[in-house]
Design a protein. Structure first.
Lengths: 331, 334
């Protein structure tokens, strides 16, 4: 880890007040994104992976709030940044794409309008009269639609989101996110709603653009196979905490946390069709009523008495860390 | 189960030329303006046999007609043309009463356990209703059978009085499975039964469906968009594209030696856990799935096909057997 990270999250706690009590959706998350890397963030529904990055983007609104920790992005502390400064940052230096492009795009505006809005808001290089600035922004919108591979982009600039297929809508959202050449792209489940042939196209596109534009990418996904093919490093989350972080190949070849092992054993693989799947028994704990100690303990096949006390992240060799008392060092 | 045992068994379900079109012109405005409207060709001339005791996996992308085929196969929807024979009986020839009697043996498990369970009914009511409707049990026997089924799907008597919203997604899918199996069916259409579930829960449900199949001697048509899931559960696999089956055969033949260019591209697109970032890019399929309203002429896959020749745009290919039980619909396969 030579270059300093462009994003550094330390001890992040994000809470939501609900009818059933206070839910700590993100509880003490530490992670870093290095310049130019693709970081995979993996976990099942409700593990806090999306809320972590909604916090980074300043998108957590009441009843949710950031209750503790720090988020540093390009030498700025984001948790105390005022809304005006955050607006200047969001869309320009960091951008996010959402899982469901149909609901994330505004149905009442053309795609050109939606790409131009970001450019007009953030791009200081535009100059001249309002009309000239609009013309420059429109040229950028066309350039972005070409970049993300929309066929006959010039003809489709003035189309509305519903006139595009799911894969094309996801590309348009990527075009909006990348219109100001951000340093960091956060892609939240970019392909979950897409068919497998389209999914491959969109993921290849994100990987290519990352190299071409020299940005960092955070890929939030539930699919470890997507991470294997696209990410340099991976963070595994469970019940609001990071439980393991490692270079992707190392994590898949030799998972340290019992949850990561369970996840890998649950995945049907084309290369081992007759290998029985080994599911993780039980279910994710209720975040309102968490057991003390290790949060995976009640589903863990190797849990011991000492797992009932609080478990810190244990650093391991090879730029890895794991939240388990039974991992290396602790054994 | 050995392959020879499968081929020797008689087909439980025989679909021949099965076709389902949806007419989407029938709005009032369309009728008033004489709008010719559009015909959605959801399923087009499908031949498929499902033998007793086997699982046929049906794979394809959204809009390819796989769910419609599953529904037409058990006559949840009426076919536009073609026939379905179930255990030797043509479903189209049955009177409503006979069809109702037969329905007990044809069941379906839906993708979304949130939407397919009535939120106002307790688990007891949800599971007892099929038995009551078919007058198969009442009183204490009814309660016993519901209890036994609940146990078979991994739930307990404490769940009987609860309502669907009180369960997690995986538990709800267990209830959906229990409901489908209450009538002791022979043939169950599993329509994307694990697609809405997290991967660890997905593995639990796949395991449960496999165990129930062995214990109860069920036959499945298992529909999914996930090739790895299909590979794990199926004896045979049918690949569907725009309403047609383009390749069908024993699992290991279809996945190990795929012959249709679409099957090949589908397999090349699947992200693999053994993959490496920035590793050699396999051949990716370009373009989107065309609309089933206006399917391309000739071979429906030709606009996206990496190896299409002039003939593919003119003529629809016939089905060719590449080995016993392995059929491919492509001009280039001989």
């Amino acid at each position: 880890m030579s270059a300093p990270p462009i994003l550094s999250v330390r001890g992040l706690r994000t809470t939501f007040a609900t009818r059933h009590g206070m839910v700590t959706a993100v509880d003490g998350v530490d992670l870093e994104v290095l310049p130019g890397e693709c970081l995979g963030v993996v976990g099942e529904s409700g593990c806090g992976k999306s809320v972590t990055f909604a916090s980074v983007m300043g998108l957590v609104k009441p009843p949710g709030r950031i209750a503790g920790g720090s988020i540093r992005f390009l030498d700025q502390e984001l948790t105390t940044l005022d809304e005006a400064r955050f607006r200047a940052l969001r869309g320009r230096d960091m951008a996010m794409t959402m899982q469901d492009a149909l609901t994330a795009l505004n149905p009442a505006y053309t795609v050109a309008d939606q790409i131009m809005e970001v450019v007009l808001e953030h791009d200081a290089s535009l100059d001249g009269s309002a009309r000239q600035r609009r013309a420059q922004a429109r040229a950028r919108a066309l350039e972005m639609m070409d970049l993300v591979g929309i066929p006959s982009a010039a003809k489709r600039l003035d189309d509305y989101p519903h006139q595009f297929s799911g894969g094309m809508r996801q590309r348009i959202m990527i075009a909006i996110a990348l219109a100001c050449r951000p340093r960091l792209l956060i892609a939240d489940e970019p392909t979950t709603a897409l068919d497998v042939t389209i999914q491959a196209q969109v993921l290849d596109l994100i990987s290519t653009l990352r190299t071409e534009l020299g940005m960092s990418v955070v890929l939030i996904t539930h699919d470890l196979a997507v991470v294997a093919e696209h990410c340099d490093r991976v963070v595994v989350m469970y019940a609001g905490q990071v439980v393991e972080t490692a270079p992707t190949r190392a994590l898949i070849d030799a998972p340290e946390h019992p949850y990561t092992r369970g996840l890998l054993a649950s995945i049907p693989r084309l290369s081992a069709l007759d290998a029985p799947l080994d599911p993780i028994d039980g279910r994710v704990p209720d975040l309102v009523d968490l057991p003390p100690g290790c949060r995976f303990r009640e589903r863990c096949t190797v849990a011991e008495a000492r797992c009932t006390s609080e478990v810190p992240m244990v650093p391991l060799a090879g730029e890895r860390a794991v939240r388990c008392v039974l991992a290396e060092g602790g054994r | 189960m050995s392959t020879s045992a499968i081929t020797a068994a008689p087909a439980l379900v025989e679909m021949r030329g099965l076709t389902r079109h949806y007419d989407s012109r029938r709005g009032l405005w369309g009728r008033l303006t004489g709008n010719p409207g559009v015909l959605v060709q959801a399923v087009n001339g499908v031949d498929l046999d499902i033998r007793r005791g086997e699982t046929v996996g049906l794979i394809g992308e959204s809009g390819c007609g796989k769910s419609t085929l599953g529904r037409v196969a058990i006559r949840l929807h009426e076919p536009t043309a073609g026939s379905v024979r179930f255990d030797g009986t043509d479903l189209a020839t049955l009177s409503p009463l006979e069809l109702k009697r037969l329905r007990r043996r044809l069941q379906i498990i839906f993708q979304d356990p949130y939407a397919s369970l009535n939120p106002r009914k307790s688990v007891l009511e949800l599971l007892a209703t099929p038995l009551r409707l078919h007058a198969l049990a009442s009183g204490p026997e009814l309660a016993d059978r519901v209890g036994a089924m609940l146990q078979a799907v991994g739930l307990g008597p404490e769940h009987l009085r609860r309502y669907p919203h009180q369960f997690s997604g995986g538990q709800r899918q267990r209830i959906g499975i229990a409901r489908a199996l209450m009538l002791e069916p022979d043939f169950v259409v599993c329509d994307e039964p694990v697609s809405a579930l997290d991967v660890s829960v997905q593995a639990q449900i796949i395991g449960l469906l496999g165990r129930l199949k062995r214990e109860l001697g069920l036959t499945y048509l298992f529909i999914s968009h996930d090739i790895a899931v299909i590979g794990h559960v199926s004896d045979r696999i049918a690949v569907m594209y725009l309403g047609e089956i383009v390749e069908e055969g024993p699992r290991d033949a279809v996945l190990g030696d795929p012959r249709h260019p679409y099957t090949q591209s589908l397999l090349a697109s699947v992200p693999r856990i053994e993959g490496t970032p920035g590793g050699a890019r396999r051949q990716r399929l370009q373009g989107d799935l065309p609309s089933p309203v206006a399917p391309p002429p000739g071979c429906k896959f030709h606009p996206r096909c990496p190896v299409a020749v002039a003939r593919c745009a003119r003529e629809a290919p016939a089905t060719t057997a590449v080995r016993p039980g392995h059929r491919v619909r492509c001009h280039l396969v001989t």
